[in-house]
Design a protein around this ligand. Structure first.
Ligand SMILES: *[C@@H]1O[C@H](CO)[C@@H](O)[C@H](O)[C@H]1NC(C)=O
Length: 451
């Protein structure tokens, strides 16, 4: 038992490591190669509307929750909405006092809608919509409401996409919508949370040893660290935070400017951490004779189109999320393979232990037809018994190995160094039954898989 849990633990530890701390780092949202002519101007585009500095002059009205009712003929209808610093607004007169939103929703993250007395006309598809205008975030949650005559039929279940609530006519129904993420519940934190950095790696220098060129703060503070040869030629627009445009201008470009430039956008309050990477090459003017002398690189920021629509803003994070999910799936597969190998090895050891009758533990090489009368009459019986017992818990692949061709399996010469230790372990293991161990592993596996 102990061996198994130890093996499992190590496998889990080994598998977890690569995916552990990566989340706090900014994600690279674009990487591009830019070639500029020496003597001309280069522009490295770094833009994001999500970084636009819009101080809240409207008394914290940037967040709004609204409940809509759809899923029936005609367009969806706005039922009720509430700003983070405003009152609840109920749209239909007949719904006043009947539909209830908690006034403290933006403090406790509970945006649930209470319908005091359900009517037949209330049935439909409800959506709880959260908009964060300041951070350009949007989240939506659907709940289907069905109305029944029979109080006993009232229930709630999950249809794999949303909650389906069945409420008896005349009773109260609570449509649950809870989101306690800090961005929806905290106020007054958004100021001074925006920072932009520009880094430069001279050719051949890795990212972690990049030189800082510029720090820009939303408060207006700026710090320049560029090496003297570059300092007077790099600039970011003065209204960068007002326009969300942090593009770096290098004018005029010199051959020594070559290298990798990164633009880091951080909006801590909104959870935005993005990095755009530019590989800048400087060509001799003569090398590009036929090209018109247009400033190099002013192709639009490849991520800008994404930033313009609310849906797409989420894409970079979604991509990171996708890779994380992929990582988990691969990790799970790897874990499964390791488990399979462990189980198969253990099954073999157990069987072999039954064959190798003396504690010295050197595996005996058996001829296909044994010359000595073997004690295997009992052993075979034990094998069959254990195979029968294991059959319940081992999956097909394992079972196939466990009951594989006995003669070829017995003639294998297993002179491995670890054999003695494993035999020792086997004696300990023999006291607890194998199937129970398999169940444990299975559970652990499922736990890991379902995470
Ligand atoms: C949310 O608020 C409602 C009342 O508006 C309450 O009945 C419900 O229990 C709350 N849910 C949570 C998860 O706090």
């Amino acid at each position: 038992m102990e061996l198994w849990s130890r093996v499992l633990l190590w496998e889990l530890v080994l598998l977890q490591r690569p995916w552990g701390p990566a989340t706090s780092d900014s994600s690279v949202v674009s990487e591009s190669a830019v070639t500029g002519e020496a003597g001309s101007q280069a522009v490295l585009r770094c833009q994001s509307p999500r970084m636009v500095w819009t101080q809240d002059r409207l008394h914290d009205r940037q967040r709004v929750v609204h409940w809509d009712l759809g899923g029936r003929p005609g367009p969806a209808r706005r039922l009720v909405d509430m700003y983070s610093a405003g009152e609840v607004r109920v749209y239909e007169p007949r719904d006043r006092g009947r539909l209830v939103l908690s006034p403290s929703a933006f403090q406790d993250g509970n945006f649930s809608l209470l319908i005091r007395a359900v009517e037949d006309s209330d049935a439909g598809l409800y959506t709880c919509n959260l908009h964060h205008h300041y951070c350009h975030l949007y989240e939506s949650l659907a709940v289907r409401l069905e109305v029944t005559d029979h109080p006993r039929a009232a229930r709630a279940h999950w249809d794999n996409e949303k909650e389906v609530l069945t409420a008896a006519r005349g009773t109260a129904a609570l449509l649950t919508c809870v989101n306690r993420a800090a961005v929806w519940t905290e106020r007054h934190l958004e100021e001074a949370q925006q920072v932009v950095h520009w880094d430069r790696q001279p050719p051949g220098v890795p990212h972690d040893r990049a030189d800082r060129l510029l720090d820009l703060y939303a408060s207006g503070e700026r710090r320049a660290y560029a090496p003297p040869f570059l300092r007077d030629r790099v600039a970011v627009g003065a209204d960068a935070f007002a326009r969300g445009d942090f593009s770096l201008r290098i004018d005029p470009l010199e051959p020594a400017d070559e290298g990798t430039y990164s633009c880091h956008l951080h909006h801590h309050y909104c959870g935005l951490h993005e990095r755009r990477v530019f590989h800048l090459r400087v060509a001799e003017p003569a090398a590009l004779p036929s090209r018109p002398r247009t400033p190099p690189g002013p192709s639009p920021d490849p991520t800008l189109a994404r930033g313009r629509s609310v849906v797409n803003v989420i894409v970079p994070e979604g991509r990171a999320h996708f890779f994380q999910q992929l990582g988990y799936v691969l990790a799970t597969l790897l874990l499964f393979i390791l488990l399979l190998i462990t189980v198969v090895l253990a099954a073999r050891q157990r069987r072999q232990g039954g064959e190798a009758g003396y504690p010295g533990g050197r595996a005996r090489t058996r001829a296909p037809e044994p010359l000595t009368p073997s004690p295997s009459a009992g052993d075979d019986h034990a094998d069959q018994k254990s195979a029968k017992a294991k059959g319940k818990d081992l999956n097909l692949a394992e079972f196939a190995v466990a009951t594989g061709d006995q003669s070829s399996y017995k003639s294998e010469n297993l002179q491995l160094d670890y054999k003695n230790n494993i035999l020792k372990e086997r004696v300990e293991l023999a006291h607890s039954s194998l199937p129970a161990k398999n169940i444990d592993l299975d559970k652990e596996f499922r736990k890991e898989y379902c995470k």
